[in-house]
Design a protein around this ligand. Structure first.
Ligand code: PHE
Length: 412
């Protein structure tokens, strides 16, 4: 990974297309897109049952989409918000007659936010439910656990929000409708150096999370390339509650800023303990911070922190204004967080691809996803690049009270 981090996100994406594996071409003409490269074995994950198998041809009368999500557990708001966004896009499409003249339905399965749960949940969607295509997950480690199974089964998978580059490298049936973390790490490092004038940074990383470790690397590379110094990098593990050892090290390193690329429950707990240990530097975060629960747990400790995100609910873009108003109406006045927005967009992209495929042939849907161009999302205009990632601007927000202040937009 290290040698890939010298260049821009673009350079990384150009070199990233290894390990793709095209399923047997048994679904006909549509199944010809993407690269075939079976040499790395990167996608031969065998799933829960110990074997992988191709999905049966699609047989439902309506359009059944699968979704796997953390509806419970310490990342529950990720799944719940994403699901609410997906349901809203589906309801809007159904109000206009659905797709291919059929109504759209979503079957959602809870993985509890646990990577070990993912294979059986995915098999349930593919083997038992016979879904046409799959939306999910949020957390990159969970998407990484699902991707090889979807790839082998020949079921298109679209992650709304997993940002680690490795996810879509699992194969040509795996897509995302968001940006990737080399771009995020670079943007946050630049922001720290140029806007905050930080010379020394410390990093707290979740040692079990592909997402967190990726961002640690991308941020480190870029911060150092700009003459900054990383004075300490310390690990925690999801669910930890005592961070005193890590905070002592960070305090000793005397950083100007502390970068914590993690998920909201852990991050908020860390922030609270940092402040009570008199570690008062500016905290920098990432999309994984975004949750209504961040404010409930973090309260005063997170105020003033800067995070990167996929959109700003306060945007004056008419598309966003309408989305926020409609979402609030459907969801008891709740402001849509970024997960709701990216979930809404991912479902929109999937439905659009099914429409353009003109068929429930999964190979043709794959090909249509791959040629997504200029889709008007609320998180930006979505065009799939050749590595099945979307390039969109990111937003930097500052935490203020129980919400965010818009700071700036960074273009890819
Ligand atoms: N990008 C995170 C990951 O890849 C998931 C995430 C996206 C979390 C958006 C919150 C908001 O793991």
């Amino acid at each position: 990974m290290k040698n890939l981090m010298m260049g821009s996100a673009l350079a990384l994406m150009a070199t990233a297309l290894g390990g793709c594996k095209t399923p047997d071409a048994s679904t006909g003409a549509g199944n010809t897109g993407g690269k075939t490269n079976t040499s790395t074995g990167a996608s031969s994950n065998s799933g829960a049952s110990g074997k992988v198998s191709r999905a049966k041809p699609y047989s439902h009368d309506d359009i059944l989409l699968g979704e796997y999500a953390s509806l419970t557990g310490s990342e529950a708001t990720f799944g719940l918000s994403t699901h609410a966004g997906i349901l809203m896009a589906v309801a809007e499409a159904n109000a206009k007659g659905g797709v291919l003249g059929k109504k759209i339905r979503v079957q959602v399965e809870d993985d509890g936010g646990q990577t070990t749960q993912v294979p059986s949940v995915i098999r349930k969607l593919i083997d038992e439910a016979g879904v046409l295509a799959i939306l999910g997950e949020v957390a990159s480690s969970n998407s990484l656990a699902a991707a090889p199974i979807c790839q082998e089964a020949g079921v298109p998978m679209l992650s709304p929000s997993s940002t680690n580059p490795k996810v879509t490298q699992k194969g040509d049936y795996i897509f995302r409708s968001c940006f990737i973390d080399p771009f995020v790490g670079t943007a946050m490092a630049k922001f720290a150096r140029q806007n905050l004038k930080a010379k020394i940074a410390a990093i707290l990383v979740d040692g079990d999370s592909d997402y967190s470790k990726g961002l640690r690397d991308f941020f480190t590379q870029s911060f150092q390339a700009q003459g900054g110094k990383i004075a300490a990098t310390v690990e925690y593990v999801k669910g930890d509650t005592d961070f005193r050892a890590q905070l002592t090290k960070i305090k000793g390193a005397k950083p100007d800023v502390i970068f914590i690329p993690g998920y909201y429950t852990d991050v908020a707990n860390i922030a609270v303990q940092a402040r009570s240990s008199n570690v008062n530097q500016t905290l920098l975060g990432s999309d994984g911070w975004d949750s209504p629960d961040l404010f409930k747990i973090g309260k005063k400790a997170i105020q003033g922190s800067y995070i990167s995100n996929h959109y700003s609910p306060g945007s004056t873009d008419p598309r966003v204004v309408k989305f926020v108003a409609d979402y609030k109406k459907r969801n008891k006045g709740q402001t849509p967080d970024a997960l709701a927005a990216v979930g809404y967009d991912a479902a929109g992209v999937m439905i659009d691809a099914i429409r353009r495929a003109g068929s429930t042939d999964r190979g043709k849907i794959r090909d249509a996803l791959a040629t997504t161009k200029g889709f008007p999302g609320v998180t930006g205009t979505i065009t799939m690049d050749k590595d099945r990632n979307a390039q969109k601007p990111l937003t930097i927000l500052q935490i203020s009270g129980n919400g965010y202040k818009y700071v700036t937009t960074v273009k890819p």
